[in-house]
Design a protein around this ligand. Structure first.
Ligand code: AMP
Length: 131
C-alpha cells in the first residue's frame, strides 16, 4: 500500500485541497513553492501513462480544476504542472504555483509552518468547492 493510499484513507494526515469519487488532492509536504499540490487517483497505479485513457483524462480535468482554485488563492504568475514519480510509485500530478522558473526545480524547497499549510489548504479547498 502506498503512502498516498494511506493519506487518502486518512491513516496518514494531510492538508486536503480537493476530492471527488475518483481523485484526491493535498499539499506536498516538502513543497517547491507555497501551495505545491499533488493530485492522485484513489485507485493505486504506479505510472501515469499506464492509466486507462478515461482515468487519465479525468485526472487531467480534476487537476485543471484544482489549478484554477490554486491560481485564485496563492500568489503566483501561473500554475506549473509536472509528473515525476521517482519517489512515490503512486500516480500523482504536481501542481506548483510559480513565482519564477526556479520553482520547477525539485531541489529548491520552501519551509512553511503548519499554520501556513493549514491556511492554504482551507482557502484553496473552499475555492475548489465554489467551482
Ligand atoms: P515524486 O515521486 O518524485 O514525484 O515525488 C513525490 C512527492 O511526494 C515529493 O514531492 C514529496 O515531497 C511528496 N510526499 C511524500 N510523502 C508525502 C506525504 N506524506 N504528504 C505529502 N507529500 C508527500
Amino acid at each position: 500500500m502506498s503512502v498516498f493510499t494511506k493519506i487518502i484513507s486518512g491513516e496518514i494526515p494531510s492538508y486536503k485541497i480537493a476530492e471527488n469519487d475518483e481523485f484526491f488532492a493535498f499539499l506536498d509536504i516538502n513543497p517547491n513553492a507555497p501551495g505545491h499540490t499533488l493530485c492522485v487517483p484513489k485507485v493505486e497505479e504506479n505510472k501515469i501513462f499506464d492509466l486507462e485513457a478515461g482515468v487519465y483524462g479525468r485526472l487531467m480535468e480534476f487537476s485543471r480544476k484544482v489549478a484554477i482554485a490554486l491560481e485564485k488563492e496563492v500568489t503566483c504568475k501561473r500554475v506549473g504542472m509536472a509528473v515525476v514519480g521517482l519517489e512515490v510509485p503512486h500516480v500523482h500530478v504536481h501542481l506548483i504555483p510559480l513565482r519564477d522558473m526556479e520553482d520547477m526545480r525539485f531541489i529548491n524547497k520552501v519551509s512553511l509552518s503548519k499554520e501556513e499549510m493549514s491556511d492554504i489548504s482551507t482557502r484553496v479547498h473552499t475555492r475548489f468547492l465554489l467551482g
